[in-house]
Structure formats: C-alpha cells, structure tokens
Design a protein around this ligand. Sequence first.
Ligand SMILES: *Cc1c(COP(=O)(O)O)cnc(C)c1O
Length: 379
Amino acid sequence: MDPRQVKPASIAAQALGWVDGETRAIAPPIHTATTFIRDPDNQFRSGRIYARDHNPTFDQAQAVLAALEGGHAALLFASGMAAATAVFQSLRPGDHVLAPQVMYWSLRNWLRGFAADWGLALDLVDMTDPGVVRGAIRPGATKLVWIETPANPLWTITDIAATCEIAHAAGAMAAVDSTTASPVLTQPLALGADLVMHSATKYLNGHSDVIAGALVTREDSPYWQRIRALRVDLGGILGPFEAWLLMRGMRTLFPRVKAACDSAQRIALHFAEHPHVAQVLYPGLPSSPGHAIARAQMRGGFGGMLSLRVKGGEAAAVATAARVELWKRATSLGGVESLMEHRASVEGPASPVPADLLRLSVGIEDAGDLIADLEQALR
Ligand SMILES: *Cc1c(COP(=O)(O)O)cnc(C)c1O
C-alpha cells in the first residue's frame, strides 16, 4: 500500500511507512553528520552536501509534515518564530501585509517593529470579518494576508477559504498560522492557503521538550525558494536531535489532539454556566461567534485551547491560577500536560487581552481530574 494513499492518522503513526533500507530498523537513526561525501566524479548523488541545507533526520520529519498538510514541501526551522519571520523577511520593502489584531503576541510585536524597519506597510485588522479584510486590501500593493485560526488567546475563528479568496483576487498570498488547529483539525492548503506555519513546539511535538517551527507550501514558487534560501543563509535550522524528537512526537499526534479536543469540549461545557466564570471562550461552544465557521473548516474537534474569564477581575484570575494543583502554571501549549496561564501578565500593558482571562492548554490527563482541580481553584 502506498503510504501516501492512507489516511493522515496512518501517515503520522508510521512516519510515511519509513523503514531503514539497510538494517530494516523501524525507528530512524539521528544523523549528526555535518557534511556528506562527494562522488569520485565530483557529483553529489546523495543530494546532500552540507548540513545547514540538508540533513536526513529533518528531511524525514519534513516529508511527514508535508504529507499531513497535503503540501508540496515542508521546511523545519529552529523555532516557530524562525519559521514565521522567514515568511515576512522574504517580502520586499514597500509590500503591504495584512495581519490579525488577535494573534500570537510575540509575532505581532516583532512584526510591528520589523515592518517599520523593513519598510513593509502593515495593517492589523479584524480578520474574523471578510468585509473588513476586503476593505483593507490595497490592490497591487498587498502581497500577503496572514491568518491565525483559532487565534491566540481569544480563540477567534477566521474563515480560511473566504479570506484566501479575497487575498488571491487581489494577487496576494495567504499564509495560515495553524499551530492551534494542527494538521489533525484543519487543512489550510486544501482551503486555499499558499503557506501553513506551525510552532512545532506545540501539538506537533506535543511533549514540551522541543522548540521547533515549520512551514509547508502548496506549491513550489520563487517565493518558497526565497524562504528556503533564507533558512540556509540565516542558518535557522533545526538540530538533528530536535528533528528526531519531533518525528517521534508526530507519530502520536492524532490520538493526542483527539484526547485534548474531547476534554476541552467537556471543560468548556462544564464551566460555561459556572457561578465563578464570566465567560468561556471556545469555538466548540454553540454560542461562540466563530462556531459555525469552525464547524465547517475544522474536522474532528475544536482544539485543545480555551480561555476562561474569571468573575472578580484580574485578582480573582491570578488567585485561581495560584490554587491549581494538577494544571501547571506555565506558558506554551499543545503538550501532554495541561497548562494554565494568566495571559495578561505575559503580554504586558499593551495587550488587548482582558485582565481576567486565564488561558488553558488541555493535555491528555483524565478530564474529570482537570475539571475537579479547576472547580476547587475557582471556589
Ligand atoms: C508558540 C507559538 C508561536 C511561536 O513559536 P515558537 O516555537 O515559540 O517560536 C507562533 N504562533 C503560535 C500560535 C504559537 O502558539
């Protein structure tokens, strides 16, 4: 059976059916070599020359990720930020970019400074409203529309297909930060996106022990080649051990994401009508503004991320976080252990995040235990 013809869950579990040709080993080795031998006739038939450009360990993880996203090719980077910044650094001064008001805050902060320094025109818009996006496009100048859905940390939903159509009609590309959805829940390329970005630190690796990033492209293009060259030249590559850990983590991606989605849905429903909770932000709640679009473009669940707004404001939210025992007070997301953080403390005074908001990353523990711990903390 051609490993590319099977379902994505099978691709992930078996890493595209990888078996070592020589030893028949079922788990890949970690290739640490920095350089590769030239053939006597001065050629490189292995296709590999030097490890800032080529490494068999990250090549394998890239092939699996490209298959999971249904893309032409993938590139791994040293972090999610290295992947995302490579996309913007491959634009030209004078280009116009649209990005969401609600998005991963480190990238938004970097983008503001970089856009000013690089001469990029940048507008942060309400990406959940296609009418707003259409109105913000500058015909001829807009080169990229950056989407994040569900978006950190309010879990707002952007209609990927509608937004990509608007971008393409204006001759712009569309890129999706799909970190929160993972390839399990959403396939941005099939919905029209040109590029998908992941912080592989999160669900793809899933064990809170690797910092990594990835880009996947729908097709080869001069722009993709610029990004590829930038990775080689800036050297923001993933080390072989990290690539190997990431490959190992991706094998269990589907059951981990499914468990997190099931528990997040239960937790969201449980606390939606809670006396100490002002609001639950989760696209899986039928009352959520993005629910209908999320239903249409996500499959198998609404993600493992949700936020609670605690009654009593910032002090009550911080006190709740202080009392959890099973949940861990830490930033990041997408790991097997459940994390909680008072997000406004992380983002600082310029943040649009409400001060009473706790961001929850649901792991794979027993959902009843997670609910019980949150109940005692809220009381
Ligand atoms: C964590 C994260 C990033 C940045 O990734 P790093 O691996 O930390 O560099 C970008 N986007 C989203 C949505 C994230 O959660």
